[in-house]
Design a protein around this ligand. Sequence first.
Ligand code: FES
Length: 159
Amino acid sequence: MTRLEFLKSLDLSGAALFSVLATCTLESCSSKGSDTPTPNNPSGGSSTAGFTGTATGNNIDFTIDLTNSANSSLASVGGARVFGDVIVARTGANTFVAVSKACTHQGTTVEYRHAQGHFFCPNHGSIFGLNGSVIRDPATQPLKAFSTTLNGNNLRVFA
Ligand code: FES
């Protein structure tokens, strides 16, 4: 249920509903919010814009078009974006890393922290290296690391 659907379900009067909606910013009420990645804290959600292939399950193999505006968060070093089950981070001008996005402790999506050179779980503070290895608990199992190959503006991520 979207926020708008929820508000409608409250059966507020027209004026009350307008008042509530007027306090919403476009971003906070947008149904596209989960598709708008931000640097270092991507939330690619279910969007399939800007890549082709399989980004979920056991046969991860997809190609990212770095020129696609959906991938603008990967245009600069330090940026990252989630694709399905995978978080991809740009670690350098021509270098990328890709690991499974779900923290092995309780599944929270990890964040890429470029300055620290690691992935961080905001839930309980686990830290993972760029190769997915556990640096700080409570997680005890590594993130799955994927291979990356850059060919022009196309980045392939695969198991
Ligand atoms: S879910 Fe990541 S540290 Fe608990």
